[in-house]
Design a protein around this ligand. Structure first.
Ligand code: FE2
Length: 387
C-alpha cells in the first residue's frame, strides 16, 4: 500500500529565515505580494519587519490586516475584495493560525469565486489559487504546512473544515524568533494544539510510516519544551524546538488527519468562542483516556516520545503516565474548565446534540482509534462539562 505525501515546495527553517523571503518570491516569479495579517501583527511591528526585508530587495508590498481570530465567512469577503483591487501575484500570510487560514480561503475565493461554504469538506479543493508563502508567528497550528483551513459559517455556527491541495502553502518560513514575544496564554494554547496534532496524527486510522516519523519527531521536540517555553518566554532553545515541533506536527496531521479531539473541539470554539488550542487542551486528557483501550501501544509510544515514560515501562504504565502528564500540562499552563472560561451551562445543554452532529459531520472523529456514536459523543461533552 502506498501513501501520497503533500508538502510545501519550500520550507525555510531557523533563526532569521524570514530574510530569505525575497529569494523565495523570486523563485516563484512573484513581484507584487499582498501581506495578509491581523492588526496585532501591525501593532507589534512584524509587518514592518517583513516589509523592510522586501524593501531592501526593492519589492513593493501592501498589507491587508482585517483578518480576525477564528475567521468567519464574512471576514474572508473583505480580503477577497482587497486582493482583487490590484494585480497581486502572491500572498504572504503572516501571523498565527487565523491569518494563515484566512489567507488560504482568500487565495481560493479570489480566483474561483463563490462562498467558502461551497468548498467545505468532503469537497477536495485541488485547484491552485494565488501562491501563499506562510510565515507563522505561533508554534503553532502548523497551518503553514497543511492542506486544510477552518472557517466559521456564522449563519450556522459551524466551523467548516475545508481540505485540498489548493489550501497548501507553496512555501513556509519557520522562524522561531517571531515567537519570542508571544504572551504565555498564546504560547500555551498554540503549544497544546501542536501537541494534539502530533498525538492525533500518530493514533489516526490514516497514519502511515511517513506521518508517524514526523509525529514522533514532533512529540520529542514539544514534550520537553512546552512547559519550558511557557515559563521562560525568552528561552531560545525551547522556542526553536516548539517551532520546529509545531511544523512537523502540521506535516504529520496534514498527511494523516486529526481525530476526535479536533472533531469535538471545533463546535466548542464555534458556539462559545473558545480559542482553538484551548478547547483542544480541555478535551485532550479526557479523549486520550477514552481512546487508549483501542490503541494502547500507539498511545504508549506517545508517552515515550513526549519523554514521560521509558522503554522499560509497560504500555499500561506508559499510558497512565501519559494521562497524568496531559492533566499536569493543563494544570501548569492554567487551562480553564468550560465553566471557568465562562460558558453558560444552559446554552451548552441546548446545543450539545448539534455539537455532536457537527463533530461527526467534520469527518475527524472517524479517524480516531475508538470511534464514538453520536450518543457517546454527547455523553463525552457532558463529561467534559463535569470534569
Ligand atoms: Fe489544531
Amino acid at each position: 500500500m502506498s501513501h501520497t505525501i503533500h508538502l510545501p515546495r519550500i520550507i525555510e527553517i531557523g533563526k532569521n529565515s524570514r530574510n530569505q523571503l525575497p529569494t523565495i518570491l523570486a523563485s516563484l516569479g512573484a513581484k507584487k505580494p499582498l501581506i495578509i495579517t491581523d492588526q496585532m501583527m501591525v501593532k507589534l511591528g512584524y509587518v514592518k519587519q517583513i516589509q523592510d526585508v522586501l524593501n531592501q530587495a526593492h519589492i513593493e508590498s501592501d498589507y491587508f490586516d482585517q483578518t480576525i481570530p477564528e475567521p468567519t465567512a464574512a471576514s474572508i469577503t473583505a480580503g477577497v475584495e482587497c486582493i482583487k483591487a490590484k494585480p497581486y501575484d502572491a500572498i504572504i500570510a503572516l501571523g498565527g493560525g487565523s491569518p494563515i487560514d484566512s489567507a488560504k480561503a482568500i487565495s481560493i475565493l479570489s480566483r474561483f469565486g463563490g462562498e467558502i461554504r461551497d468548498y467545505k469538506f468532503p469537497r477536495q479543493v485541488n485547484e491552485a489559487g494565488l501562491p501563499i508563502i506562510a510565515i507563522p508567528t505561533t508554534a503553532g497550528t502548523g497551518s503553514e504546512c497543511t492542506r486544510f483551513t477552518i472557517i466559521t459559517d456564522e449563519k450556522t455556527s459551524e466551523k467548516m473544515l475545508c481540505a485540498g491541495l489548493g489550501f497548501l502553502p507553496v512555501a513556509a518560513i519557520v522562524d522561531y524568533e517571531l515567537t519570542l514575544s508571544l504572551p504565555p496564554r498564546t504560547t500555551a494554547d498554540t503549544g497544546i494544539d501542536a501537541l494534539t496534532h502530533a498525538i492525533e496524527a500518530y493514533v489516526s486510522q490514516k497514519a502511515n510510516l511517513y506521518s508517524d516519523a514526523q509525529a514522533l519527531a514532533a512529540m520529542r521536540l514539544i514534550g520537553p519544551n512546552l512547559k519550558l517555553a511557557y515559563h521562560e518566554p525568552n528561552n531560545e532553545k525551547a522556542r526553536e524546538s516548539m517551532m520546529l515541533g509545531s511544523t512537523l506536527a502540521g506535516i504529520a496531521f496534514s498527511n494523516a488527519s486529526v481525530a476526535l479531539v479536533h472533531g469535538m473541539s471545533r463546535p466548542i470554539g464555534a458556539f462559545f468562542h473558545v480559542p482553538h488550542g484551548l478547547s483542544n487542551a480541555m478535551l485532550l486528557p479526557m479523549i486520550t483516556e477514552f481512546s487508549i483501550p483501542a490503541a494502547p501501544q500507539r498511545y504508549a509510544d506517545c508517552a515515550r516520545a513526549i519523554g514521560v515514560a521509558t522503554l522499560e515501562d509497560s504500555d499500561l504504565i506508559a499510558n497512565q503516565k501519559l494521562i497524568q502528564e496531559l492533566k499536569l500540562i493543563n494544570q501548569e499552563l492554567q487551562v480553564p474548565t468550560l465553566a471557568e472560561f465562562g460558558v453558560d451551562k444552559k446554552h451548552f445543554d441546548e446545543v450539545v446534540n448539534t455539537m455532536a452532529e457537527q463533530a461527526l459531520a467534520s469527518g475527524s472523529p472517524n479517524n480516531n482509534p475508538r470511534v464514538p456514536k453520536v450518543t457517546e459523543m454527547i455523553k463525552l461533552y457532558q463529561e467534559l462539562w463535569a470534569s
